[in-house]
Design a protein around this ligand. Structure first.
Ligand SMILES: [Zn+2]
Length: 198
């Protein structure tokens, strides 16, 4: 039987994504035997990151300052907005190197099975941006799985309005997966070869 603090630490670590009960216990046992300054540094780094990072009030990206650097960068094409599922997907698109527009993070995909309804995504925020910003094209860059497809079509229908082009990347993306599995060249080509939805 392990001492209570180790059991509590294991339970806390097991709540992290991708950490099963076994790895949680291994991490906890490792941490309680690690030198104090190392553990202190880890704890402080976690706290600092959590305290300083927030969501950009416009695009939903992770940032220290809201609005974020991308939203306030006047060299970026304000007529172009790339819609992604999660904040980390912005990094994938940026790494492709060719995209110079703005971003919008949805915060998920529509998935009735997982109980994710359109209302829980940042779609109303995007509609607001269509009114306040000079957006002429929306590039939907969601994964190619079933939920990505459903969400893309829902968005195209809901956002349709005169003078707005809505396109979707897809060309060459691995079928049934998210952006994180595509390399830079593939993403670059997928952006280049985007197809108009409406
Ligand atoms: Zn932003």
């Amino acid at each position: 039987m392990l001492p209570e603090p180790i059991i509590s630490l294991t339970a806390a670590l097991a709540k992290l994504p991708g950490v099963g009960p076994r790895s949680a216990e291994r991490l906890a046992l490792h941490l309680v035997q690690t030198e104090m300054p190392v553990v202190q540094y880890l704890a402080e780094t976690i706290l600092t990151a959590r305290e300083r990072i927030r969501f950009c009030e416009i695009c939903g990206a992770l940032t220290e300052k809201s609005p974020c650097a991308t939203c306030t960068d006047s060299r970026r094409d304000a007529a172009l907005v790339c819609v992604v599922e999660r904040a980390v997907d912005i990094l994938s698109i940026e790494k492709s190197g060719s995209y110079r527009g703005k971003f919008h993070v949805l915060g998920g995909k529509i998935s009735p099975l997982d109980g994710v309804e359109p209302d829980e995504l940042r779609i109303a925020e995007l509609e607001k941006r269509l009114v306040t910003e000079p957006i002429r094209e929306i590039i939907i860059a969601l994964g190619t799985d079933v939920e990505g497809d459903a969400t893309s079509h829902y968005l195209a229908k809901r956002l349709a309005r005169a003078g707005l082009k809505i396109s979707r990347i897809g060309f060459g993306l691995p079928a049934g997966s998210g952006l994180e599995f595509a390399d830079e060249l593939t993403l670059d080509r997928a952006l280049e070869g985007r197809r108009e939805m409406i």
